[in-house]
Design a protein around this ligand. Structure first.
Ligand code: NAP
Length: 302
């Protein structure tokens, strides 16, 4: 029996592990893929206090080392269910079961898809959801990025250094992401902005060859020939496996306030998978601290 099982080894989950270990609780962190979470794909983090520049990969590794150094255990197992047995919670994974007195859900989110026919088949054949992972395959080639948030803007900037030409396609005429990044992109002569437009078709043989882009204002359709399409249209929370034990909102986020309490006693939530106004590295870490503190209090009182 662990005091606390944390589901998800992103910045929120690993920060929770640090706080729980510093309160002398036993902690097991479960991770389906690799420790780090989505930040691992960010080439350069510029908005985390103290470090002016650090790659997401280095950030994740250092956080992982810090949590392990304090005695947190890690296991590569995907959690598929929680059985809430009152004072004991059982986390069921693809490899077995782990009993805990409290659980912290820090599962983060996964890439939202465009929902186009053939999108899945062409993933890895011209369609990518990660510019830092796949950008180098498109050296001196033509690519498009779709989306208007910070991820799309940063992906476009990263690709502008590699590719011959970058189209940035957004469904509105103003961006959700930061103005400073928009200004940097506008200064690049190999970046073309395509506003008020949706990608409505994929043209492919074995690989993606072109995309069809529909102008939302006049309905005209433009075909853009390219080698790669980077989809950066946001993320969806990974809470489906826990919908029967904690309350989710209509978008699938775990309903919780700043205290990170869920609708189930002894189950807490931290990071991008909870209802909140600002999903950033620093707020994920803050959630980790809060959720762990509340989980420790719960364990001490039960
Ligand atoms: P996001 O901020 O939610 O932006 C998603 C973008 O995709 C929006 O511009 C949205 O358009 C568009 N979109 C959504 N569904 C679409 C669809 N079906 N077709 C076309 N476009 C669609 O997501 P994100 O960029 O992945 O960022 C997630 C969070 O991480 C944000 O809080 C972001 O600030 C943060 N982040 C921060 C950094 C950083 O601070 N360095 C880096 C990366 C991400 P609308 O604008 O019209 O809704």
């Amino acid at each position: 029996m662990h005091d606390i099982v944390v589901i998800g080894a992103g910045p929120a989950g690993m920060t929770a592990a640090i706080y729980a270990r510093r309160a002398a609780k036993t902690v097991l962190v479960l991770e389906a893929v690799t420790p780090g979470g989505q930040i691992i794909n960010t080439p350069d983090i510029e908005n985390y206090p103290v470090e002016a520049h650090i790659s997401g990969f280095d950030f994740s590794n250092r956080l992982h080392e810090q949590a392990k150094g304090l005695g947190a255990e890690f296991a590569l197992e995907k959690a598929v269910e929680i059985r809430d047995e009152g004072d004991q919670k059982v986390v069921v994974t693809t490899k077995g079961e782990h009993a805990a007195r409290a659980v912290i859900l820090a599962t983060g989110s996964e890439n939202r898809k465009l929902g186009l026919p053939d999108e899945a088949r062409l993933t890895g054949r011209g369609i990518s959801y990660c510019a830092t992972c796949d950008g180098n395959f498109y050296r001196n080639k033509v690519v498009a990025v779709v989306g208007g948030g910070n991820t799309a803007l940063e992906d476009a900037l990263f690709l502008a250094d590699i590719a011959q030409r970058v189209y940035l396609i957004h469904r509105r005429d103003s961006f959700r992401g930061e103005e400073t990044t928009v200004a940097r992109l506008k200064a690049r002569d190999n970046v073309e902005f395509v506003y008020n437009a949706n990608v409505t078709g994929l043209v492919a043989e074995k690989r993606l060859k072109a995309i069809e882009v529909t102008d939302k204002l006049d309905g005209s359709v433009r075909t853009i020939e390219l080698n790669g399409l980077f989809v950066a249209v946001g993320r969806v929370p990974e809470n489906q496996n826990f919908a029967s034990v904690v309350k989710l909102d209509e978008s699938g986020y775990v309903v919780a306030g700043e205290d990170c309490h869920t609708s189930a006693e002894g189950i807490f939530v931290a990071g991008d998978n909870r209802t909140k106004a600002l999903r950033q590295l620093v707020t994920a870490a803050a959630d980790g601290a809060m959720a762990a503190t509340e989980a420790v209090r719960y364990v001490n009182e039960h």
